[in-house]
Write a protein of this length. Structure first.
Length: 425
């Protein structure tokens, strides 16, 4: 087995997960970042990251890192780390297309003794059941004889400048005990928070997928509570703050559940569970609850408009925030679009504003034309959906200035005093 000093790494996929990984390894080892998106490669070569996960200064520190979209530039690597998205399709089934494509790419470059490490979130068993056969087929090499695999699930939190890659404990694993030790040692070179070596690849895969499933179920609980308290005319946040005075009460808050992890990962686990004959009722019930929150918010706004005798067929609503979370440009699986779609079904004209979003990406991904400037006295209703710092800096008076004299302000994130807005979760 090779030594750490001989490692030449290739990171496949340079998004929110892959780029921070490439930059950290590029400070220590010869590293090549590979991505099929030539526009992304050109941007990174210029020294800038549009996702804002890595600063220009951090990129400059990775002196041994280079970027490419060419297979020829990665054939001499001996450790391949796959960090591509694992989305779901329209039927909410795992979509392995990016992972399969990445595995075929790696398979075309594999040489005897190489190691392939996967970071993409999958169901337990996927690395060995889905990826390894492709690697064997394309390379002509035999698993655990000619090449080896590892799994180290990503734990990137987009937009979070406190919990960064080096400061988050990394779970590691390998396809043999020796490879597990090597993979653990490799990540230990860049992870200051320490590593946790799982007993098998399947254990590491399962650990990752339940992290976000647990959060999803807990958020579903408080979302359901907010639906109940709404009917009882009780302020949900006040209830949660009161209950939170007990030491072991978990501080979850109601809201939209989107993004590339929490709103997606549970479907990977439930898919595998159903394959082996178990119907995961609690997990799927939580998913249904969270997926309906956009409908609930839109319906609540419509009800408030009608209560104020505002004609919903000719009214104009501003949605403030499109990303799936605050202070980052990530649009993946944002559930704000559910609110927008529901309002449009009611015949409402909807404007969308978000200071963090690339307008071309919003147009390409969701067919939305974002407004750049906000005109005063324009809107019949305003829905603040994302807690961006720009919106936190505004007062309800600032929001009212954007609205007509008779209007509705709905605060999804409970950022403003409850007695100053018309509705909130």
């Amino acid at each position: 087995m090779k030594s750490l000093q001989d490692s030449k790494l290739c990171i496949i996929g340079l998004g929110y997960v892959g780029l921070p990984l490439a930059v950290e390894f590029g400070k220590k080892f010869p590293t090549t970042g590979f991505d099929l998106n030539t526009h992304r490669i050109a941007e990174l070569i210029s020294g800038t990251d549009a996702t804002l996960e890595v600063s220009d200064e951090e990129m400059a520190e990775a002196s041994q890192l280079k970027y490419t979209a060419s297979l020829d530039d990665i054939r001499d690597c001996n450790i391949y780390i796959v960090a591509v998205p694992t989305p779901i399709d329209a039927a909410k089934r795992p979509d392995f297309a990016p992972l399969i494509g990445a595995s075929r790419t790696v398979g075309a470059c594999l040489s005897p003794g190489d190691i392939v490490i996967y970071e993409s979130t999958v169901f337990p068993g996927a690395t060995e059941e889905v990826c390894v056969p492709i690697l064997e087929e394309i390379s002509g090499l035999k698993f655990n004889a000619d090449f080896f695999c590892g799994y180290s699930p990503e734990r990137i939190n987009p937009g979070d400048k406190q919990h960064r890659l080096p400061s988050i404990v990394k779970v590691t694993s390998g396809s043999t005990p020796e490879i597990a030790d090597f993979v653990d040692s490799l990540y230990s070179e860049i992870i200051t928070a320490g590593t946790f070596k799982a007993s098998s690849i399947k254990v590491a895969e399962a650990a990752k997928v339940i992290e976000n499933t647990q959060r999803d179920v807990n958020i579903a609980l408080v979302n359901e509570l907010s639906l109940i308290f709404d009917k009882l005319n009780i302020n949900t946040l006040e209830v949660l703050e009161a209950a939170g005075t007990k030491w072991n009460f978990l501080p979850f808050r109601p809201g939209l559940v989107g993004g590339h992890c929490i709103g997606v990962d549970p479907y990977y686990l439930t898919h595998k569970a159903q394959e082996v004959g178990y119907h995961p009722s609690m997990i799927l019930a939580g998913r249904r609850t969270n997926d309906q929150m956009g409908h609930h918010i839109a319906a609540s706004v419509i009800k408030l408009l009608l209560q104020k005798k505002i004609d919903t067929t000719i009214c104009k609503v501003l949605v403030m925030g499109l990303t799936f979370k605050e202070d980052c440009p990530d649009l993946r699986n944002t559930r704000v679009v559910d609110i927008i779609a529901e309002l449009k079904e009611f015949g409402v004209e909807v404007d969308v504003h978000d200071p963090w979003v690339d307008h071309e990406e919003a147009k390409a991904e969701y067919k939305l034309d974002l407004v750049k400037t906000l005109e005063p006295e324009t809107y019949d209703a305003l829905i603040v959906t994302v807690a961006h710092k720009q919106y936190k800096a505004m007062t309800v008076t600032d929001l009212r200035r954007l609205c007509k004299q008779r209007s509705v302000i709905y605060d999804v994130k409970s950022m403003y005093p409850a007695n100053e807005t018309d509705g909130r979760l």
